[in-house]
Ligand binder design. Structure first.
Ligand code: 2PG
Ligand code: MG
Length: 492
């Protein structure tokens, strides 16, 4: 091919001339840089390579990481993983070879990406998220996605979403907002874990997480400062009362003093909020994860103590009464620290008590194990008004598109939506952008310490800084951030 033929084939003279003209028109201070950026934008983007590998999550359990390459660079994402005893969520693919990571290695999922998924996606435009996600979904016809593995699918989907944002040269949260048709970017109220229990810690506490919500902050940055200071006051209180052994932490980074009664735990937190000077500006929440201690139709509040197990059984009604007390001002004498949200107060199949408690209208009732982010269970729960909040764990649904859909379904039912981390996390901060882009107003990402937890909070700090004056913090509107969406101006 002659030089002229080559130039003609790629329309190079025309493209270079356009770039030079654009630089002159805009009086670019550095024309070479301007022209190179202009030319880069003219490159049509496509996924050129996908490379997956096995890495470790925060529990030391293998998980899947993906590097996706486009003409714009390399985009990395990793799948989180939770409590391995799951029945209603889509399936992770693990090798099951007991000789390797006790059966938890993920080489089959990695191979599925490097071979099947890569072959199907190479050449696709990374901005077309739903096409990408449908292509991935179509590769596995099973309902549970056990063949391909939801861990494989999610990591690729998240990497594509990051690549799509880079292609459009917008923030990831903005790209997600566009994909979901969301009109405003909202910084969520963080549900910060301060005390860990349940399956996440080695203490006697049955409830899994006690959380604080700095709804009275004016900005996300202020919320994190309030949360972090309260956490350290709590650490000091625990040190005074239980000694340094009480300051050990659970899987999400919450402190884990060896107490049994969660009312004692809530009292400690209340004192910490007081000491931090945040009375009235921080609310409290709890993930009971009651499925983990439901025996028959009763709840064993002492399930982690082998000697005493079975002695402290409570009926559903008794549990409901206990929760109701927490929500009433009688318990919180000062009337300024309110208990505003409870997750999984009953077993994942105890629809009856969950609905009866929700009907009392005392606080937000969030379904995690109850719903497993499953659209069918969510539909039933909305129809029957079983609860009024969805805990959205993206690795239970499998792709970014599915996550957007299930969040919309909950919002359409006038529910709250909490974007959630998993107990097995990575340094990937994707869910931070997801919470802002979907304007859910709520995120649960663990304690204000430990790298994999603060990765999410730190990303939210960066987003808030990037948005500058256009940043809107959900604050008191944490359950209905739509009100703010109208006032928040999109960042372009
Ligand atoms: C939960 C999560 C996160 P896991 O129950 O809400 O804390 O735990 O990832 O173990 O399901
Ligand atoms: Mg939970």
């Amino acid at each position: 091919m002659s030089v002229q033929e080559y130039l003609d084939k790629h329309m190079l003279s025309r493209k270079i001339e356009d770039a030079v003209n654009a630089a002159v028109r805009s009086k670019a201070p550095d024309p070479v840089l301007y022209i190179s950026n202009h030319m880069r934008r003219a490159v049509s983007s496509a996924i050129t390579k996908i490379k997956a590998r096995q890495i470790l999550d925060s529990k030391g359990i293998p998980t899947v990481e993906v590097d996706m390459y486009t003409n714009k660079g390399m985009f990395r994402a990793a799948a989180p993983s939770g409590d391995l005893d799951k029945i209603y969520e889509r399936s992770e693919l693990r090798d099951g070879d007991k000789g390797k990571y006790l059966g938890n290695s993920v080489s089959k999922a990695v191979r599925n990406i490097n071979e099947k998924i890569a072959e199907a996606l190479i050449g696709m435009d990374p901005t077309l998220q739903s096409q990408i996600d449908h292509t991935i979904m179509d590769l596995d016809k099973t309902e549970s996605k056990a063949e391909l593995g939801v861990n494989a699918m999610l990591a690729v989907s998240m990497a594509a979403c990051k690549a799509g944002a880079a292609e459009k040269e917008v923030l990831l949260c903005k790209h997600i907002a566009d994909l979901s048709g969301q009109s405003g970017l909202i910084l969520p109220v963080p549900a910060i874990t301060v005390i860990s229990g349940g399956k996440h810690a080695g203490n006697n506490l049955a409830a899994q997480e006690i959380m604080i919500l700095p709804v009275g902050a004016n900005t996300f940055e202020e919320a994190m400062q309030m949360g972090s200071e309260t956490y350290y006051h709590l650490k000091a209180i625990i040190l005074e009362k239980y000694g340094s052994i009480g300051c050990n932490v659970g899987e999400d980074g919450g402190l884990a003093p060896n107490i049994t009664d969660f009312r004692e735990a809530l009292d400690l937190v209340k004192e910490a909020i007081n000491r931090a000077g945040c009375n009235g500006r921080i609310k409290m929440a709890m993930d009971v994860a009651a499925t983990n201690f439901c025996v028959g139709n009763k709840y064993d509040m002492d399930f982690k103590s082998p000697d005493k197990s079975g002695q402290v059984f409570k009926t559903g009604e008794e549990m409901a009464e206990m929760y109701a007390q927490l929500c009433t001002v009688i318990y919180f004498v000062c009337q300024t620290i309110q208990f505003v949200s409870i997750e999984d107060p009953f077993d994942r199949n105890d629809w009856l008590h969950t609905k009866a408690f929700t009907d009392l209208g005392l606080c937000q009732v969030v379904g995690d194990h109850l719903l497993s982010s499953d659209p069918k269970r969510l539909e039933r729960a909305i129809d029957e008004a079983s609860c009024n909040g969805l805990l959205l764990k993206i690795n239970q649904v499998g792709t970014v598109t599915d996550a957007i859909e299930v969040a919309k379904q909950a919002k359409d039912g006038n529910w709250g939506v909490v974007i959630s981390h998993r107990s097995g996390e990575t340094e990937d901060s994707f869910i931070a952008d997801l919470a802002v882009g979907l304007a859910t107003g709520q995120i649960k990402a663990g304690a204000p310490c430990r790298g994999e937890r603060v990765a999410k909070y730190n990303q939210l700090l960066r987003i808030e800084e990037e948005l500058g004056e256009q940043a809107v913090y959900a604050g008191e509107n944490w359950r209905s951030p739509e009100i703010l969406a109208f006032t928040s101006v999109l960042f372009c």
